[in-house]
Design a protein. Structure first.
Length: 243
């Protein structure tokens, strides 16, 4: 508490935040077509007051698994997934966890890409093929419905378990995607895809082996499919679409 000149003691932090909010609201009103990116304090300024005027936000500077996966899971409970920035490559993410899992941690959010290999080093062609493959899936399959997606948190308290499963589906249940990441050790899990329509039939693709099969929506939704994640900090991407 302090007297800032009015003769009345008040909360200086509250005055500061109100000033910041008002400044950005004026800027957004004046420049409605500008994309405002919130990037400060490692996610410390990610709140609803800021997100009224920002198009997307960096929710954390931590990109290291398993914390990065847990952060994505938690922040997509608070904000729409297309507003949540997650980074693939860079900021030490390469130090812990599977290459593929880091990519998949971005695929149900506002995907951001960084450096895939050392500037003076030779590009790993197998890794680059996976990056292209994954970004193609994101741009052509996931991103078109992401801003309207229904999000399902299969493991809301992921930090207390071994597997984190996040799903996003189009509102009409025509398609969806789910990511599954093992946090502590490999696992064989049953994933019930909540975005499926029980009256329809779907083509499901498991991205690790790039294998597809047809299955009823009822089976997907109520019995689920078995997913094998081979080791700790590795992953699977599940895609499904009505046929």
């Amino acid at each position: 508490m302090a007297d800032t000149g009015s003769g009345v003691k008040e909360c200086v932090s509250l005055r500061h935040f109100n000033g910041v909010y008002n400044m950005y609201q004026r800027l957004k009103k004046r420049f409605p077509d500008v994309v405002f990116e919130n990037c400060a304090g490692g996610g410390g300024r990610t709140d609803l007051g800021m997100m009224k005027v920002f198009n997307h936000t960096w929710v954390s500077d931590c990109q290291v698994e398993p914390q990065s996966v847990i952060i994505t899971n938690g922040m997509t409970m608070a904000l729409p997934p297309e507003r949540v920035d997650r980074l693939f490559a860079g900021m030490n993410c390469q130090s812990v966890g599977e290459f593929e899992a880091h990519m998949r941690n971005t695929m149900l959010t506002h995907m951001s890409l960084n450096v895939f290999s050392p500037c003076d080093g030779e590009i790993n062609r197998e890794q680059m093929e996976f990056v292209r493959h994954s970004t193609d899936i994101y741009k052509s399959f996931i991103r078109p419905f992401l801003s309207e997606a229904v999000v399902y948190h299969h493991t809301p308290e992921a930090s207390k378990g071994n597997v984190c499963v996040l799903e996003a589906a189009s509102p009409d249940k025509a398609k969806g995607a789910a990511t599954a990441v093992a946090l502590k050790q490999g696992a064989e899990i049953k994933v019930k895809l909540k975005g499926a329509d029980a009256s329809k039939t779907y083509r499901v693709t498991l991205d690790n082996n790039r294998e597809s099969f047809d299955i009823t929506g009822r089976e997907l939704r109520y019995n689920g499919i078995t997913v094998e994640i081979p080791s700790a900090l590795s992953s699977e991407l599940i895609l499904y679409e009505q046929i």
